[in-house]
Design a protein around this ligand. Structure first.
Ligand code: ADP
Ligand code: MG
Ligand code: ZN
Length: 481
């Protein structure tokens, strides 16, 4: 039996985070009443005059820099013609050759091995409107033109991916880079990050690619994986039964768990591309590139490396603390505010992971933290100065979240500060030993578990303020000695 190898290339449509559409001043805000954010230009009415939103070009350049791509200095928009109700003008202003962003690459890690996936190109284009099927009891499709004219960057990969898993890793990585670069909010469900997957198979060892199928409308990472896996199996079955594959567009139907044919695939000739006559060419000079470079934030791989090398984090911790740009910024603010080295960095990371993240709310690019970095710095500085121990710090933290008061105010109010000095603590230790002769006997008789009882008694006697490590050391000195 012939064995086949999958070949996959991905096209991602990422909505660029501008305030207004690509060629007019209409808002791009998500979730507005249908057909309230439009004008003659984004409806493509005859006689309207499009004007290019320069911000979209800046953000595209930023992506080019983030992916190490060539940036083409002189490009243009081209009309891509097709008829569909979501495109009132019957053409989309897109880019043909050359696109604004050329070749680059993106690294993914597959089972611990680095794989470099080629980026073919990235081009600017306007989004189409949104068809809402099934209105009027299933009789009609209504069109919401709010989305029409929103700025998209279509990022096209080389056919370098070899499995559904690799495709998912590539998508997650690309999404993360776009989010950290501040150009896209990565929302698959709302459609601001959309993926089409091109899938073909070829006999193992054959160089020539097989016929590809384009899968559309996949709006979650899980579906991407399932759709590609289904498609690979379907294509194998077609070839195994002696059939031939056709180049077509298929859609993933989650209800039946299958890809379903939509239409035969158009080729570039069918679109009759020609340069958009009413739009100026996109000219990019050094200054624009340097400005974009200055605005490109540190990217997640670099942040993780820095967290590991300079702030003492494990790769796992570094992953958690870069799971969102807001979380990375928060940790950075606390660590730099405390001038953390590797040891302190790790302690701060632990506290944030175990306490702060539990009460953190993430919504798109926003992250809402229970306390500010400054408030956390004040609290953790008290731990570092041994004013309070870590257990108390956790209690104080929850009190801070509940009451909004500062750490200092809570410590003061409850008389927690000052800790317990060693001489006073030793006196407490001796008192506890004296009061519990039978437990002392058990412990000295070999019942090691009783040690915890003594620690508990001393902590209680000091109202939790003692340093637990010192308590243990003193207990051992007097019990074992
Ligand atoms: P189109 O607009 O016709 O979809 P694009 O150039 O935008 O063409 O995208 C083509 C995508 O298909 C790229 O991601 C490319 O890597 C991928 N691709 C091309 N040939 C194959 C193939 N034989 N098998 C799988 N993917 C392919
Ligand atoms: Mg395509
Ligand atoms: Zn408009």
């Amino acid at each position: 039996m012939t064995r086949y190898e999958p070949v996959i290339g991905l096209e991602v449509h990422a909505q660029l985070l501008t305030e207004t559409k690509l060629f007019c001043g209409c808002s791009v805000a998500y979730g507005a009443e249908p057909n309230t954010q439009l004008c003659p230009t984004c409806l493509g009415l005859p006689g309207s005059v499009p004007r290019l939103n320069r911000r979209a070009v800046e953000l595209a350049i930023r992506v080019g820099l983030a992916l190490g791509c060539e940036i083409h200095r002189d490009t243009a928009f081209s009309r891509k013609h097709y008829f569909y109700p979501d495109l009132a003008s019957n053409y989309q202003n897109s880019q043909f050759e050359p696109p604004v962003i050329g070749r680059g690459e993106l690294c993914i890690e597959v089972d611990g091995v680095e794989r470099r996936i080629g980026i073919t190109r990235a081009h600017l284009e306007e989004d189409a409107a949104k068809n809402i099927h099934g209105a009027g009891g299933g009789l009609y499709t209504v069109v919401d033109y709010n989305r029409g004219g929103q700025p998209l960057l279509e990022i096209v990969s080389e056919p370098d991916l070899r499995s559904a898993e690799e495709a998912e890793l590539y998508l997650r990585k690309l999404r993360e880079i776009l989010i950290f670069a501040g150009v896209n909010d990565g929302n698959l469900e709302e459609g601001s990050f959309r993926c089409d997957a091109n899938v073909s198979i070829r006999p193992v060892g054959q160089e020539k690619f097989g016929t590809r199928v384009e899968l559309k409308n996949i709006n979650s990472f899980r579906f991407v994986r399932r759709a590609i896996e289904f498609e690979i199996a379907r294509q194998e079955a077609v070839l195994a039964s002696g059939g031939a594959l056709v180049q077509e567009t298929r859609t993933w139907n989650e209800n039946v768990g299958q890809t379903i044919s939509m239409r035969e695939k158009e080729s570039a000739q069918d679109y009759r591309y020609f340069e958009s006559p009413e739009l100026p060419r996109i000219e990019i000079d050094d200054e624009m590139i340097e400005r974009a470079r200055a605005q490109l934030p540190e990217l997640p791989d670099a942040i993780r490396a820095r967290f590991i090398e300079e702030l003492g984090l494990t790769p796992y911790d570094a992953g958690v603390l870069t799971s969102h740009p807001g979380i990375a910024r928060y940790f950075d603010a606390v660590a730099s505010g405390m001038k953390a080295d590797a040891k302190l960095g790790k302690r701060i990371a632990n506290f944030i992971q175990s306490e702060v993240l539990r009460d953190t709310q993430i919504a798109g690019l926003d992250a809402k933290f229970p306390v500010t970095p400054e408030a956390l710095i004040e609290l953790l500085s008290m731990v570092e100065a041994r004013t309070i121990n870590l257990n108390l710090a956790k209690q104080v933290f929850h009190e801070m979240v509940a009451s909004g008061k500062s750490a200092a105010a809570i410590v003061e109010e409850k008389g927690l500060g000052g800790g317990v000095d060693e001489a006073a603590l030793e006196a407490e230790v001796l008192k506890v030993i004296e009061k519990n002769p039978s437990q002392v006997e058990q412990y000295r008789g070999g019942k090691a578990a009783v040690f915890g009882f003594f620690v508990g008694q001393v902590m209680r006697a000091t109202r939790g303020q003692a340093d637990p490590q010192l308590v243990q050391a003193l207990l051992r000195k007097h019990l074992d000695g």
